[in-house]
Design a protein around this ligand. Sequence first.
Ligand code: ADP
Ligand code: MG
Length: 345
Amino acid sequence: MTCRVRSLMVLALILVLTHGCAKTPETQRHAFFAVGTLVEITVFDPPENISEALRATEVALLAEEQRWRAWGNGELAEVNRRLSAGDTVELDAALLAGINRARDIAARSRGHFNPAIGRVVEAWGFNSEERPVGPPPTDQTLVTLLPPPSLNALRRDDNGHWITDDSRLWIDMGAFAKGLAVETAIETLQANGVRNAIVNAGGDLKTIGRHGERAWRIGVRHPRGNGVLAALEALDNESVFTSGDYERFFEWKGERFHHVIDPATARPARGVTSVTIVHADAALADAAATALFVAGANDWQATARALGIDKAMLVLDDGRVMLTPDMQSRITFEDMKMNVEVIAP
Ligand code: ADP
Ligand code: MG
């Protein structure tokens, strides 16, 4: 199934949960493809210039997509090619700001979030738009990529240009750029007078304001099957981001290999099927979902503390759900008999 088809299914889930507002005159919707998925913007009580606001937001998101594409014809791809050839590069303000934020989060993530592992992602074939079919890379290949560089391998030379001494550095913001893009979309809407909206990028989203009398209501997808795991109330200025082993994966000899990589092993992280984070900062929520996925059942609490995350939920591959008390107070499970453990971070 293609990414787009899967995104449409996630969208359908969100629509189910917001059906009460689907056709009311106070709600306006706009959907388009950007940042590798279907983006749907829902605005409640839209201002008069709403068409302009939506157009500006779409343009801003397409620019983010172009900026952060790490392979092919993206801005970051060009930076990566030059760095790995030993050349110096200039980083414009937007690239530098995003990379600095990613570096800061990576430094606090107990090694679980590392946007410098593009070469590992490529070895597994997750750099292409198409889903890889295997085989998985050999041990010999992975050994040459361990330990992977961090973003600290990027440095300024004596002339103030950016350069790296590690030819294996390949910056991949795949776990973070959607969060940056969603932040940009919300800022663009707000700059155009929108006060109540959801920006939903394939199930990862941020809300501002309310849906009239009530908070925005969100469906969190079940990591297995196409149903809803839980419903969540999102308040003003909240992001909900999920990392799952179902997003991008291939099967080889009966084993599932997915796209969330443990930087310590250069292999897909084991034990978790999905992580959902709620936080004001969409970029942090995106990175933290990936970091806690890699951290797994034993290290997610320490990682959440280090990243300042108080609303987190993990679904483990044995079906157990672990979540923080602050997440529990927000969430209603579809299946009341779920094996749920509430654990303070
Ligand atoms: P989603 O695609 O569901 O948003 P993530 O936010 O977890 O999933 O991002 C996964 C992508 O991030 C991968 O495709 C890869 O490009 C990159 N990535 C994988 N593992 C890591 C990691 N440990 N740290 C940083 N980036 C990663
Ligand atoms: Mg992420």
